[in-house]
Design a protein. Structure first.
Length: 375
């Protein structure tokens, strides 16, 4: 920089020709004229090294494409670069859309990203829950925490989804959270989509109870339909992680802030469910939408509940309305949830009997202690 300044000072004195001056400084005449032109245009500050980054990059994203990406991101502020890139290609496969990393840089440059908070995650539990690899192997159900709308109305959203395809089967505000009210919502889903092999829930009402086997009346109905009730461990929501993550997205998209009334909130849920199923690509599905990954169950919803079947060696007893059964001159309490249902007793060793409700093992009755212990 000092050499360039001295060169310009000597040129301003007009004591040497350009050729003589360049020869003295050991530079070409082209370089000498370049420094002089820079000095004329911007003074001494213009003699500093300038960026060699090209003004026009041949692979730069066209302004029109960048503008479309920004607009689409503003329409879907919760979508990441991969989802945006995939959906843009679906909507307009003939346009030359940038790759996901470039889209991420575009939305960052336009201030359309929010910094992520670091979260300490619990390691996943590897238990005996069904893997749910195929559609309708496992459905997951839960209540998204209740909240109040703008006019002060309390809403309790009930959600039901397919574990394998992430397809959101139901997202409805329920008037009551009891089993009888929820049974109608499950029945509507069964009629529309068929029966799953298992339904996974938490340990709260109306999905479970403190009775034998943890069965609630809703779970008893599931078993009668040939559906296995699954429950995650208390305090381990990560065992139903995909459903919990959907709840977070649901809250961000529809309830932050809540709508002004319950009908308006339900309309927002309906719009979310349609977009979530038909438009939003999922990385876990290879960037397919849940609608593309889901298929109807091959098990139709029956018109009447089938009778419970037990092996020939089992002794069948009907549970009374008070939750008890008569067994060899004694009364055994199984729970009022099983009132009117038939259970099977199978001897597994001397004085120990396995109690089953259909294919579900409720416990082992010890004739000596007259108590039921867990399997």
């Amino acid at each position: 920089m000092d050499e360039r300044k001295r060169f310009v000072d000597d040129w301003l004195k007009r004591e040497w020709s350009m050729g003589e001056l360049c020869g003295y400084y050991g530079i070409s005449r082209k370089t000498g004229y370049k420094w002089v032109e820079r000095f004329k245009a911007g003074g001494l500050e213009a003699l500093c090294d300038q960026s060699r980054f090209p003004r026009n990059h041949p692979n730069a994203t066209p302004k029109e494409i960048e503008r479309e990406v920004v607009i689409f991101r503003q329409e879907h502020p919760r979508w990441g670069p991969k989802k945006l890139a995939h959906r843009l290609r679906v909507l307009n496969p003939y346009a030359k859309w940038p790759v996901a990393s470039t889209i991420g840089e575009i939305i960052r440059r336009h201030g359309l990203t929010a910094p992520k908070r670091r979260r300490h995650r619990t390691p996943p539990f590897k238990g005996s829950l069904c893997d749910g690899l195929n559609p309708n192997d496992v459905w997951t159900a839960d209540f998204k925490g209740w909240f109040k709308t703008g006019n002060g109305c309390r809403v309790d959203p009930f959600t039901l989804s397919d574990a394998a395809s992430r397809y959101l089967l139901r997202c409805r505000i329920v008037d009551q959270t009891g089993g009888e009210s929820l049974r109608g919502h499950f029945a509507a889903a069964f009629q529309e989509f068929g029966l799953p092999r298992a339904i996974r829930t938490d340990n709260g009402a109306p999905f479970a109870s403190v009775g034998v086997g943890g069965l609630s009346r809703l779970a008893v109905w599931f078993v009668r339909l040939g559906i296995a009730p699954e429950r995650i461990r208390p305090g381990h929501p990560e065992e139903n992680g995909a459903h919990e993550r959907m709840h977070l997205t649901l809250k961000q998209e529809t309830a932050s802030p809540p709508k002004e009334s319950a009908p308006a909130q339900q309309e927002a849920f309906d719009r979310f469910r349609k977009e979530y199923n038909e438009e939003r690509p999922h990385e876990s599905l290879g960037m397919r939408t849940p609608q593309e990954a889901y298929r109807l169950s091959e098990r139709p919803f029956p018109n009447r509940l089938p009778d419970m079947e037990y092996p020939a060696e089992a002794t069948v007893r009907k549970v009374r309305s008070d939750g008890c059964i008569a067994w060899r001159g004694r009364m055994i309490y199984l729970g009022m949830m099983l009132g009117g249902e038939a259970v099977g007793f199978t001897e597994i060793e001397d004085g120990n009997w396995l109690i089953c409700f259909g294919t579900l093992k409720l416990g082992i009755y010890d004739a000596k202690t007259r108590k039921i212990r867990r399997c």
